[in-house]
Ligand binder design. Structure first.
Ligand SMILES: [Zn+2]
Length: 234
């Protein structure tokens, strides 16, 4: 996971449609009716989300290949929260731009309706979300580098409570991810060593720049390995 700067959605046709659906969801909940969500509204956010997250899972940074269809993920779950039985979910955030992420099926499956927090939970549209302290990291709000660390072997572990909860819920140390991250780390390490050698050519420097780009999968471990190698070099 890496930090991603989310630009405002602005006022456009999609924002207006999302606002209408949000009002509808709030009105239904207020009347005691079941909120029927309209996934087609959120599907229209997909192109914006693909661009925002560089066509990678917002959580594990795996690239969405040509075959995989990324899931639109509600950071705060819209219709139930595992850690809060009886709570109807954050129905008023179902269509909110800043509550939407893109996740791979593995992360989405692990995340499910989990949304543990510290302190008290916002329970209605009138409540202040800023007062809630989510234990899960949001790449658009938090800096994951403060909470997660990587080994050169590709493992990911939390260094704070929030980091630990995030790794556990999303299963960010799953074997397939560890292997893919290790491969990415090795490539960066090898290229950086070439660049460090006096004989390094411009071509290798360009290659290194490309390898450390946010467009690549697993940017977090790539940066981690590069910083560690540069550190060691002094
Ligand atoms: Zn993922």
């Amino acid at each position: 996971m890496i930090a991603v700067r989310r630009p405002p959605l602005g006022d456009n046709e999609l924002a207006q449609r999302a606002a209408v659906e949000t009002d509808r969801a709030i009105a239904r909940a207020a009347a005691g009716d079941r909120v029927d969500f309209r996934p087609e509204v959120n599907r229209d956010f997909r192109p914006l989300l693909l661009e925002l997250f560089n066509e990678k899972c917002a959580y594990c940074e795996s690239a969405f290949g040509v075959a995989a269809q990324p899931d639109i993920e509600n950071f705060r779950p819209k219709s139930a929260v595992k850690e809060a039985p009886g709570f109807p979910g954050y129905y008023w955030l179902a269509y909110r731009w800043d509550n939407l992420l893109l996740a791979c099926q593995y992360c989405n499956h692990g995340k499910g309706n989990h949304f543990p927090i510290a302190g008290s939970r916002a329970s209605s549209p009138a409540d202040d979300l800023a007062a809630e302290q989510p234990l899960l990291l949001d790449p658009c709000i938090d800096n994951p580098a403060d909470h997660l660390m990587f080994s050169e072997e590709g493992h990911c572990a939390g260094v704070t409570e929030r980091g630990k909860v995030t790794v556990q819920i999303l299963n960010l140390d799953r074997p397939a991810l560890v292997a893919a991250r290790k491969e990415a780390a090795l490539l960066v390490e090898h290229t950086l060593q070439l660049v460090m050698m006096a004989a390094a050519k411009e071509q290798q420097q360009d290659r290194l720049g490309d390898l450390l780009s946010e467009r690549q999968p697993y940017t977090a471990i790539r940066r981690h390995v590069a910083a560690r190698l540069l550190d060691r070099r002094g």
